[in-house]
Design a binder for this molecule. Structure first.
Ligand code: ATP
Ligand code: LTN
Length: 330
């Protein structure tokens, strides 16, 4: 039986956070044996907010190294850079023509990012979800592992797939999101009501996968909590709840057991032991990450071969699409 297809992407818009890891990357490796997986570094999405070219180049190799450090095996999965496969931009254009302005206007990520980026409120930020739909639909994707924040974008991808299929005949698989029950939304350490994000201007808001022990301890110590003083898993204590979630996912311990372990102990003890849990979980990832980052030739080989594999799959879909909409082939 043919394997079902998985696709996901991460933007090279900065160094990756434990939010990216817990919500997305940690799941990528687990899917490789059962599914035909495609993991993309979406540099074309990243330029919808201002990027320094030198940093974008660095961050692209950084994400590639992190992908592999988190367990993605390029022998099993297709690992590639979005701008290396022109079919993404090409399908995106076609999908733009069947996307309603009203749908894009309702996108939460657009509303939030456009508030922040008044100096560069560009059309790319508006049509960002259409490019994302193109990424997914090009590979005839069945499942898309993502964090909770991407759910609305996934709905659009499903909607566009169905709209195209109805208009022209069956062309795209209608993809389904794979969102974990726990850890799909890790919150900012400075504001537990908003998502931890790698492009936050306050670096105390996130822990990077590459942060050292000292930084991790300091950031956790400074994490916003409350005046209750009891380690409880409750919506009334969003800061502590978020820290317990991180503790649970990274240690493999149940929420209830963690709450029991810290009953009668203050936030200080809890935070310093959480720091140990985070350091321990990230240590093997950081060792591998550094090895990959130092092997530039190897990285080049991976993304070159990845682009070839991805290109072949993507072209097949794009050819069908062009034919159905009435473009003549050359
Ligand atoms: P940016 O801040 O640049 O918008 P981001 O940190 O939100 O980026 P992305 O590259 O957009 O990260 O996301 C990569 C993957 O990580 C997506 O699947 C996304 O859902 C997931 N993700 C991002 N932040 C979190 C978070 N705080 N908790 C859980 N998952 C997350
Ligand atoms: N928008 C996503 C990144 C992304 C993506 C994708 C995720 C771009 N294309 C395709 C899954 C599938 C984000 O995390 N901000």
């Amino acid at each position: 039986m043919e394997k079902k297809i998985v696709f996901s992407g991460v933007q090279p818009s900065g160094a990756l956070t434990i939010g990216n890891y817990i919500g997305a990357l940690r799941n990528f490796g687990e899917l490789q044996d059962e599914f035909d997986c495609n993991y993309c570094i979406v540099d074309m999405h990243a330029i919808t907010v201002p990027q320094v070219p030198k940093n974008l180049r660095k961050n692209t190799l950084d994400v590639l190294s992190m992908y592999m450090a988190c367990g993605i095996d390029p022998e099993k999965s297709t690992l590639f850079v979005q701008s290396h496969v022109p079919a993404h931009a090409e399908l995106s254009w076609v999908l733009n023509t069947i996307t309603y302005m009203g749908q894009l206007n309702r996108m939460t990520q657009f509303k939030e990012k456009s508030k922040k980026s008044d100096e560069n409120l560009n059309a790319g930020l508006f049509t960002y979800p259409v490019l994302m739909a193109a990424d997914i639909l090009l590979y005839q994707t069945d499942f898309v592992p993502v964090g909770e924040d991407q759910k609305q974008h996934l709905e659009l991808a499903r909607d566009l797939a169905e709209r195209f299929n109805n208009k022209y005949s069956d062309t795209f698989v209608v993809p389904e999101p794979l969102i974990k029950e726990f850890g799909a939304r890790i919150m900012s350490l400075q504001d537990p009501t908003s998502k931890m994000s790698k492009s936050d201007s306050d670096e105390n808001a996130f822990i990077l996968l590459q942060d050292n022990k000292d930084k991790i301890s300091k950031k956790i110590k400074r994490a916003v909590t409350d005046s209750v003083g009891i380690v409880n898993y409750s919506d009334d204590q969003p800061g502590i709840k978020n820290l317990i979630n991180i503790y649970s996912v990274l240690s493999g311990k149940e929420i209830n057991d963690i709450v029991d372990m810290y009953s009668g102990k203050g936030y200080g003890v809890f935070k310093s032991e959480l720091a140990e849990v985070v350091v321990e979980a990230l240590d093997p990832i950081q060792t591998k990450y550094r090895e990959y980052l130092d092997s530039k030739d190897y990285l080049e080989k991976i993304y070159t071969e990845g682009a070839q594999k991805a290109e072949a799959k993507a072209r097949k879909t794009l050819r069908k699409v062009y034919k159905k909409i009435g473009f003549i082939s050359r």
